[in-house]
Design a protein around this ligand. Sequence first.
Ligand SMILES: C[S@@+](CC[C@H](N)C(=O)[O-])C[C@H]1O[C@@H](n2cnc3c(N)ncnc32)[C@H](O)[C@@H]1O
Length: 199
Amino acid sequence: MGFFNWAAPLFGVFANRWSSATIDDIAGWLSPYMRGECPDGCHVLDVGGGTGALAARLHDATGARVTVLDPTPEMLAYVPDDVDAITGVLGTAEAMPFDASVFDAVIVTDAFHHFRDQDAAAREFQRVVRCGGGVIVVDLDPSGWFMRVIARGEKVLGEPGAFFTPEEMCAFFAAHGIEGTCERMKGPAYRYTGTVREQ
Ligand SMILES: C[S@@+](CC[C@H](N)C(=O)[O-])C[C@H]1O[C@@H](n2cnc3c(N)ncnc32)[C@H](O)[C@@H]1O
């Protein structure tokens, strides 16, 4: 049994940590990638979206359809099932069960460093997001002693702990044909925003 299988009840209680200001920020980052009226013109994929806490808040704030992709059934069990526009789907970032070019944007919060094959995940982002759509990743910069302890702790728990610095994240996606920028947030957190181009 993996870390998220047994820790899911904790996430069920604490995953809705999003302040209204942060939800407004995320909605603003996504808005250039939305094609028109939501929900029809706006379909966001939350990869590693866990309990769907962010999906529910984003849907409330923007009206967008949000699909939550996650490989942990115990996390997906918390995804609200009473809202048509929010759907939980079992699967991994590395091999997504979706057709090509079906999403306007992908968002990944606090999950990218858990992916076991980040190159395969980036190829999937490129495939499932339409041309001109967005890739937004919120993660933690491993520079500094505190984050080195966190990364070590995650590895002890059987997770990859594969954190990138903002510079490494930008270079990583550029190597996959997704050009973007990184912006520092609070503490070690930062946000990557990139645009999918035709290959
Ligand atoms: C720390 S939780 C973050 C959940 C949510 N995004 C949030 O910000 O609260 C990390 C999530 O990544 C998921 N995950 C782990 N490996 C994954 C993979 N290969 N593909 C997609 N999701 C994965 C876990 O199941 C877990 O739900």
